[in-house]
Ligand binder design. Structure first.
Ligand SMILES: [Fe+2]
Length: 159
């Protein structure tokens, strides 16, 4: 699948880190927390399966794959920092964190709110991280989340 429309063309930073469990713990909520990337992947996948409007389902599919790339980068960073990339934030991730809203208009609005929350969480995380390449990774991910907000807003307008 061509992901061009769903992500920034900017490269991800090279992750070269000192082991640091504090930093790895700071990344966990964005990775496998209730409002993290795993929840985004699963929510957009669910929406992709149930949405009858082909154009919208396709965008949801593309975005879900970009979120998977975010999850992958965070998992790699957590591991490089000496942490364990278990699917968890503060507690183990569960499918109850997924948004199962069925009405397209409603879930598009909720997706925008979820992306805005994710960005806020990321911005807070950046303030506490101790290594520059990690801050750059989060900044790179935020650029994609902003693209996702734009895409969801465009879809909402077209309905
Ligand atoms: Fe993401």
């Amino acid at each position: 699948m061509d992901l061009q429309k769903y992500e920034s063309e900017l490269n991800y930073p090279v992750i070269s880190v000192e082991k640091n469990l504090l930093d790895s713990r700071l990344l966990m909520p964005s990775y496998g927390g209730n409002a993290g990337e795993v929840t985004a992947i699963m929510t957009y996948s669910f929406q992709h399966f149930i949405c009858h409007v082909k154009e919208i389902a396709e965008v949801l599919h593309g975005i879900s794959i970009v979120e998977m790339k975010h999850m992958e980068r965070l998992g790699e960073a957590i591991t490089a920092l000496g942490g364990y990339p278990i699917i968890a934030g503060r507690t183990y991730w569960s499918g109850s964190a997924v948004n199962y809203t069925l009405v397209t208009k409603k879930f598009l609005r909720q997706n925008i709110l979820a992306e805005e929350t994710a960005i806020l969480n990321y911005e807070r995380t950046i303030l506490n991280l101790n290594q520059d390449c990690l801050k750059q990774l989060i900044e790179r991910i935020i650029v994609d989340e902003e693209i996702h907000i734009k895409l969801f807003k465009e879809l909402l307008k077209a309905i």
